[in-house]
Design a protein around this ligand. Sequence first.
Ligand SMILES: [Zn+2]
Ligand SMILES: [Zn+2]
Length: 142
Amino acid sequence: MIDTLSVGGKAAAATGGSAAFWEQVREVGSCWIWEGSQRRRYGRFRDLAAHRYAYEHIRSEIPPGLELDHLCETPLCVNPWHLEPVTSAENIRRRSVNQTHCKHGHPLSGDNLYVWRGKMRVCRTCNRARVAEYAARKAGGR
Ligand SMILES: [Zn+2]
Ligand SMILES: [Zn+2]
């Protein structure tokens, strides 16, 4: 499924896109990890998500309305052969199926699991914390 052997690694791919982009990418195993600036969990290059930039310059345009799913589960990876355009709903579904723990390490099972709209798996502990934080902010006047 994940196939970088046929593409010759980052050096071969670096003919697409700007040199300033590739200077900020480090090969780690088969992943190409973005070491530049970040926004949320993803790399940023100029005004674009770094992984989208890589995909569009090396492989092809991303069809309108689609998101790139990281097959390698590494948000900072910009290897376009680790990326696959999917619909937003499909992306959420895939994430949910694979997750056994939330990003803070709480188990997504038993009492702690809340299934939202029958498909999105939500951590109750984190959800409670988010709600409490929101309430505190509101109480503080902002
Ligand atoms: Zn990767
Ligand atoms: Zn959690």
